[in-house]
Design a protein around this ligand. Structure first.
Ligand code: S3P
Length: 178
């Protein structure tokens, strides 16, 4: 497979909770030989507490600060990486700018019914444990859609396996002009 200049940049996956960012990024990392970074995991490590605790004890704004800090660190490190961002990382204009500057931004699109199916019973997502998860998720998805739409590439994930999505991304990346 020919390698285009695209692979000189990091690969940044964005998308709503449950869109499969972490699984797809882990596979893409294997396929490209780049390190895999799960932004949520880095935040937990750096903050020394779970996302749930950060939200509960310090508030969402503190979580967003950790998220930006860790994203910047990962993207400006010497090596290119494949990074799965958290669903809300795109809210920040600064995050969107560094994602674009240091990476090829790929948005994994997912439908609301698919999100609800995939996140059923999820305990580890503070923004998904509302009284009415369907309404909450719909609202967040609508608010974030313009930000997700800024990605360089958008891939529909509904009804596709992790392998299908990763293969589709690889084929789009290798076809991008140098
Ligand atoms: C969030 C998504 C989560 C995590 C945090 C906030 C969001 O990541 O960063 O709970 O704002 O959508 P995933 O998209 O990996 O679930």
């Amino acid at each position: 497979m020919s390698r285009s200049a695209t692979f000189d940049k990091s690969i940044v996956l964005t998308g709503f909770m449950g869109s499969g960012k972490s699984s797809v990024a882990a596979l893409l990392a294997e396929m490209t030989g780049s390190p895999f970074v799960d932004l949520d995991e880095v935040v937990v490590k750096e903050a020394g507490k779970t996302i749930h605790r950060i939200f509960k004890e310090d508030g969402e704004a503190a979580f967003r600060d950790w998220e930006s800090l860790c994203l910047e660190k990962a993207l400006t490190s010497k090596r290119t990486v494949v990074i799965a961002t958290g669903g809300g990382a795109v809210i920040s204009a600064y995050n969107r700018e560094i994602m674009k500057n240091f990476g090829v931004v790929i948005n994994l699109m997912v439908s609301l019914p698919q999100v609800l199916k995939r996140l059923q019973g999820a305990q580890d997502r503070p923004l998904f444990s509302d009284q009415n998860p369907e309404e909450g998720a719909r609202r967040l998805m609508m608010q974030r859609e313009p930000f997700y739409a800024e990605a360089d590439i958008r891939i529909d994930t509904d009804g596709k396996s992790v392998e299908d999505v990763a293969a589709e991304i690889m084929s789009v990346l290798t076809e991008l002009p140098e």
